[in-house]
Design a protein around this ligand. Structure first.
Ligand code: COA
Length: 360
C-alpha cells in the first residue's frame, strides 16, 4: 500500500452502503435504487430519507424557525459560516459523544436549515432585505417548493420540478471531494455542523461543484460566435477546459446528465439546442484529442440548463449543489460515525535531506 496515487484516484478509503457510481455501466443507484426510479416519483426530502435512513418513508424534517445571524448575499460563504454557527446556536454534541439517534436528529435539523440559509442569502443577493412571511413559506408542499417560496415569495411548478430533479440527481455520488471532506471531519469526532460546513467549503471550487456557473456564460459565448466546432477548437488550443465534460469516475455516460438533459428539454429550456450542438462538437473533439481517456458530458453541463429554467443565477450554482448534497453528506457522516475510523493517510517526504541551518 505504499504506492503513491495523486488525487487518491482509485484508492479505496472506505466501505459504503450508500452509493457508488457504476464506472462503466452509466448507472447511479442510491442504496441500490436506480435514480431513474426516483426522479418524478418521490420528492427530494424522501430521497434524503432513503439515503440517510435507507427508508423512502423517512423524510428530511421541515425546517424549524431560525434566523441566520449575519448574511452577506454570497451564498456559499454564508452557507459555510452559518452551518458552522448552528453548532454553537444549538449546542450540538460531538459525534464521538452523542448517540447515532442524536446524530441523525442533528443532521436532519441542519440539512433543513441549510436550504433555508441558501434561500435567505439568495433573497438578500436579489436586494430584498425583508424575509418572506412564514405563512407564505408554509404553503410549500415539498422542500423544493418551500425553498423557492422562502427565496422569492412565489413558486412556479416548472421551477419546483427543475429544482427537485436537480437536487435528486445530485444528492449523492460516493466518495467525491466534499463527501470525503465531511467524512474526514466526522472521523475526528467533530459535531455535525463542523462536518457539514467543511463539506460546503470543499464543494465551492469549480472542479467539483461550481462548473454549472461557467456553463451558462460558455453557452452565451458560443451562441454569440455561432460556430460550436470552432469555439471548441479555440478553447482547447488555448489549453482551457470545457466545463461540464470529463469525470474522475465515469468512463461511460453520466446517468445524471441523461436525466437532466431530458428534464431541460421537457421544461422548455431555451438553451437546449445550442447546448446539444456544443455537446456534439465537444465530445467529438475531446475524443479526437484524448482517445486514451473517455471525456463525456458530466452532471454539471445540463444541470446548468435545468437551474436556468428555475432562474437560478450562475453564481448560486455551488450553493444549490450544496443544498442537494446535504443528503449524501448526512448519510456519509452517519456511516462514518457508525463504522469509520480516524483518517490519517501518509505522505511520502520528497524534500531536502537533513542539512545544516547555514545551508538555508
Ligand atoms: N476539457 C478539456 N480537457 C479536459 C477536460 C475538459 N473538461 N477534462 C479533462 N481534460 C483533459 C485534461 O486536460 C488532461 O489532458 P492532459 O493529460 O493532456 O493534460 C486529461 O483530460 C485528463 O485530465 P485530468 O485532470 O487528469 O482528469 P481528472 O479525472 O482529474 O478530471 C475533472 C476530472 C472533472 C476535474 C476534469 O474533467 C475537469 O476539469 N472538467 C471540467 C470541470 C467540470 O466539468 N467539473 C465538474 C465535475 S462533475
Amino acid at each position: 500500500m505504499s504506492e503513491f496515487k495523486p488525487g487518491l484516484e482509485g484508492v479505496i478509503a472506505v466501505e459504503t452502503e450508500i452509493a457508488e457510481p457504476d464506472r462503466d455501466g452509466g448507472v447511479l443507484r442510491y442504496r441500490g435504487i436506480d435514480i431513474e426510479e426516483l426522479v418524478g416519483h418521490y420528492p427530494y426530502e424522501r430521497v434524503w430519507g432513503l439515503l440517510v435512513d435507507n427508508d423512502l418513508d423517512s423524510t428530511m424534517p421541515a425546517p424549524e424557525p431560525y434566523e441566520p445571524a449575519r448574511l452577506t448575499g454570497n451564498a456559499p460563504a454564508d452557507l459555510q459560516a452559518e452551518t458552522a454557527r448552528l453548532a454553537g446556536e444549538w449546542s450540538l454534541g460531538k459525534l464521538n459523544e452523542i448517540s447515532d439517534e442524536q446524530a441523525r436528529i442533528d443532521l436532519g435539523r441542519i440539512s433543513a436549515q441549510m436550504m433555508g440559509i441558501v434561500a435567505r442569502s439568495a433573497r438578500l443577493a436579489d436586494g430584498e432585505t425583508e424575509p418572506v412571511s412564514e405563512d407564505v413559506v408554509d404553503r410549500g408542499e415539498t422542500a423544493a417548493e418551500t425553498f423557492l417560496l422562502r427565496w422569492r415569495g412565489e413558486s412556479d411548478p416548472r421551477q419546483v420540478k427543475a429544482v427537485d430533479t436537480y437536487w435528486i440527481c445530485t444528492a449523492e455520488h460516493g466518495l467525491n471531494a466534499s463527501t470525503f471532506t465531511a467524512r474526514v471531519t466526522a472521523s475526528t469526532g467533530a459535531d455535525c455542523g463542523a462536518a457539514l460546513s467543511s463539506a460546503v467549503g470543499a464543494l465551492s471550487g469549480p472542479l467539483h461543484g461550481g462548473a454549472p456557473a461557467y456553463v451558462k456564460p460558455m453557452l452565451e459565448e458560443v451562441t454569440a460566435m455561432g460556430d460550436p466546432e470552432k469555439w471548441v477548437r479555440d478553447t482547447l488550443d488555448a489549453g482551457r477546459r470545457i466545463m461540464g465534460f470529463g469525470h474522475r469516475v465515469y468512463r461511460a455516460e453520466d446517468p445524471r446528465s441523461r436525466i437532466l438533459k431530458r428534464t431541460a428539454r421537457e421544461l422548455g429550456s431555451p438553451q437546449i439546442e445550442i447546448a446539444e450542438r456544443l455537446e456534439e462538437a465537444a465530445l467529438a473533439e475531446l475524443e479526437r484529442r484524448h482517445p486514451e481517456r473517455p471525456l463525456k458530458t458530466n452532471v454539471e453541463y445540463y444541470s446548468a440548463l435545468v437551474l436556468d429554467v428555475a432562474e437560478i443565477p450562475p453564481p448560486l450554482a455551488p450553493a444549490m449543489f450544496a443544498c442537494s448534497r446535504v443528503a449524501g453528506w448526512s448519510a456519509h457522516i452517519l456511516e462514518q460515525k457508525r463504522t469509520g475510523r480516524l483518517f490519517r493517510p501518509s505522505a511520502r517526504y520528497v524534500g531536502p535531506a537533513s542539512r545544516s541551518l547555514s545551508a538555508v
